[in-house]
Structures are given as structure tokens and as C-alpha cells.
Design a protein around this ligand. Structure first.
Ligand code: ATP
Ligand code: SF4
Ligand code: MG
Length: 342
């Protein structure tokens, strides 16, 4: 079985995350790393939900929690209206197969000692209930669907290019009828020339099968290109979530503006002067994040209030949310206050 919804609740989100916290012990075991520290969001059917933010901001940890590779320390991850824990134990493995992750390293997911045919039929063999002929036919269909020739099924991973491997990784998921695929830096390791092809493949599969994606990447231009909405993550929290175009062209949060300012590509004209922010210093430790607004130690607009109060999550434009005391639909209200930094 899968957790696929009935036709009566097709509008139900594929993913609903509430109050998610994921804590790890620090390396020496004496402290707690707050990798994800209170995030709420939904991913809608056939939607691409982009997640951006600097290294260490918690993107991959969120992605792993969505597919059940990590348990929430606190909070709830609901997939098609149910938590995986609520699925009877014997059905859990099958249920989990509808929620998959593809990583940056296309080599890692394919077993080097298995032919592609073996790799592609393995998930169905584990699930059981499918004849050998049916599995082989599904493997051939999947290969064709991702633009690989069926004759390649006899090959081993080392006989494929990086782009072909990433296509094979995707082909491996299709017989599982995925509802959600978490894409964690899926094109980062690929040549720029084949990135577009792989991104187009993801878009085609979404159109044809209604798959929802959580799309995690450092490259903001890529995330902006493929996403319907974008979440901007900083130190385990969301700073801003909204429609992709609005977030990247008319950001509400100073951190988003700073991330965009750090982009090597030219910014849209209206962002180039007044709203440019240089992102200074390092991201603070997730063991002991700043009080109040986590971005305050690097924010040129930080005021005393920013250290004292956690900013509320406010909808300033339709479907566009921000966590900043001074954000308005038109920009930041507070004057720069350099002296307020710690
Ligand atoms: N298993 C773990 N044990 C301890 N700390 C961890 C573990 N996994 C992640 N962390 C820490 O949690 C924080 C978030 O890590 P995460 O990998 O989610 O970041 P990220 O946003 O994906 O970064 P990157 O862009 O570099 O991939 C980091 O400080 C990281 O060191
Ligand atoms: S102005 Fe204050 S609340 Fe807004 S981002 Fe800067 S530090 Fe955070
Ligand atoms: Mg990561």
C-alpha cells in the first residue's frame, strides 16, 4: 500500500510539517546541535518547494526527516495526512517507498556491484508481489521514461556518465510511484551542460505523475528556476517563505536580500543599489544560536528589540511569510543601526 490520498482529499498537502525540531549531540557529546529548530510548512501536490540557505542551515536535515531517514526530536511530519509512525509496522517499509530522496552524489545510490537491471528491480523485489517479468518490464519502462536506452540495463554504474547515473537513480524510484522526492543538491555534481537536461527531466516527471519535490540547492538561480515556492533557512529556522518569483525578486527578509546580494549573477535592477546587503561574518553556531532574531548578529538593521524578541511569522503579501520585526510589504522599516550588533 501507499499513503496516496483518496480522490476526496486531493487538495490535502503531500507534506505537513509542524513544529519540527531535530537536535543532535555535538561531537564531544557535551552540547546539543539545534540543526532544525522549529519549522512549519506544507508541500502541496505536484508542487516544487525550494529550500535555500547557507551551509549548515539545516536544509539536508529537514530533507532527511521528510523521507523518514531521521526522526523528529519534536514536532510532526505528516505525509498524505498520516505520520509514518501511525502506519502499522509491517506496512511501514512499503509506505515509506512513496517518499524518496535523491542526493548530490549520483554514484552513492547505485550499488557498484549490481547491473542497472538489478538496481532498478531491487525495490520492487523487496516490496514483493510482482512477477519477475513485470519487474523487468517496469525497469525497461522507467529507463525509457528517463531517457536511457533499455539496453543499458545490463551495465554497471561505472560504465555510465554522471548524468546517466543521476537518470538511473531517478528511474529506480519510478516503479515505486513516488508522491514526494526530496532532491538534495541533485545537479551540483553535474556538468553545467547536462544540468538543464536533468532539471527538465524532473519537471517532465512532475507534470506526468504529479510528483511533489522538496528541492534543496545552494544555487539560488537553479532553485528559482524550478520552484513554485521557496523557503529561506537560517540556523535551523525559516526566515521567509513565499512564491519563488516574489522571494527572489522582491524579498522581504534582510537575510534573503543578503543571500541574493552574494549571488555572482547580476541582480534585478531594483535590488542592485538600495537593497544590497553584504553578508559579513560566519553563520553562528547552531549549538547556541543568537537570542531573538537569529540573523541579528549579521543584520545591518538589527535593533535592541531583535535580541529580545523572536520575530513573529507574518503574512505580508499573499502566501508570502517573513520572520522580521521590521519587514513591511515594501521593505525594511527600521533605520540601519550598526551599534546594535553583538
Ligand atoms: N548526524 C549529525 N550529528 C551532529 N550534527 C549534525 C548531524 N547532521 C547534521 N548536523 C549539523 O546540523 C547542522 C545542519 O546540517 P545540515 O546538513 O542539515 O545543513 P545543510 O543546510 O544541508 O548544509 P549544506 O548546505 O552544507 O549541505 C549543521 O551544523 C551540521 O553540522
Ligand atoms: S531587522 Fe531585526 S528582526 Fe529583522 S532580520 Fe534584522 S535582526 Fe532580524
Ligand atoms: Mg546539505
Amino acid at each position: 500500500m501507499t499513503l496516496a490520498p483518496s480522490s476526496a482529499d486531493l487538495q490535502q498537502p503531500v507534506v505537513r510539517v509542524q513544529g519540527l525540531r531535530i537536535l543532535f549531540p555535538s561531537l564531544d557529546g557535551s552540547d546539543t546541535v539545534k540543526a532544525v529548530d522549529g519549522v512549519d510548512f506544507e508541500i502541496r501536490p505536484a508542487e516544487t518547494f525550494g529550500i535555500i540557505g547557507e551551509s549548515g542551515s539545516g536544509k539536508s536535515t529537514i530533507g532527511r526527516a521528510l523521507v523518514g531517514l531521521l526522526d523528529a526530536t519534536e514536532g510532526v511530519v505528516e505525509l498524505d495526512g498520516r505520520t509514518l509512525n501511525s502506519v502499522p509496522r509491517r506496512e511501514r517499509r512499503t509506505a515509506r517507498q512513496a517518499y524518496q530522496i535523491v542526493f548530490q552524489d549520483p554514484h552513492a545510490a547505485l550499488n557498484p556491484r549490481m547491473t542497472l537491471m538489478e538496481s532498478l528491480t531491487e525495490p520492487l523485489r523487496i516490496r514483493g508481489g510482482v512477477s519477475e517479468d513485470e519487474m523487468r518490464r517496469k525497469a525497461q519502462d522507467s529507463m525509457e521514461r528517463v531517457g536511457l536506452r533499455a539496453e543499458m540495463l545490463g551495465r554497471y554504474p561505472h560504465e555510465l556518465s554522471g548524468g546517466q547515473k543521476q537518470r538511473a537513480n531517478i528511474a529506480r524510484l519510478l516503479p515505486l510511484n513516488p508522491r514526494l522526492i526530496v532532491c538534495d543538491e541533485v545537479v551540483a555534481a553535474l556538468d553545467v551542460s547536462i544540468r538543464g537536461e536533468v532539471l527538465n527531466l524532473f519537471a517532465d516527471l512532475q507534470r506526468d505523475f504529479g510528483i511533489a519535490y522538496a528541492f534543496i540547492a545552494h544555487d539560488i538561480a537553479v532553485v528559482a528556476q524550478v520552484s513554485d515556492r521557496i523557503a529561506v533557512t537560517y540556523l535551523g529556522r525559516f526566515m521567509e517563505v513565499g512564491p519563488a518569483e516574489a522571494v527572489t525578486e522582491r524579498p522581504l527578509h534582510p537575510y534573503t536580500t543578503a543571500l541574493l546580494s552574494a549571488e555572482p549573477r547580476p541582480l534585478p535592477a531594483h535590488l542592485r543599489e538600495a537593497r544590497r546587503i553584504d553578508l559579513k561574518g560566519e553563520i553562528p553556531s547552531p549549538v547556541d544560536p543568537p537570542s531573538g532574531c537569529r540573523f541579528r548578529t549579521r543584520c545591518p538593521w538589527a535593533q535592541a528589540r531583535c535580541a529580545a524578541e523572536v520575530p513573529e511569522w507574518r503574512e505580508l503579501r499573499p502566501d508570502h511569510y517573513v520572520a522580521c520585526h521590521f519587514a513591511t510589504p515594501h521593505g525594511i522599516e527600521a533605520p540601519p543601526a550598526a551599534g546594535e550588533h553583538d
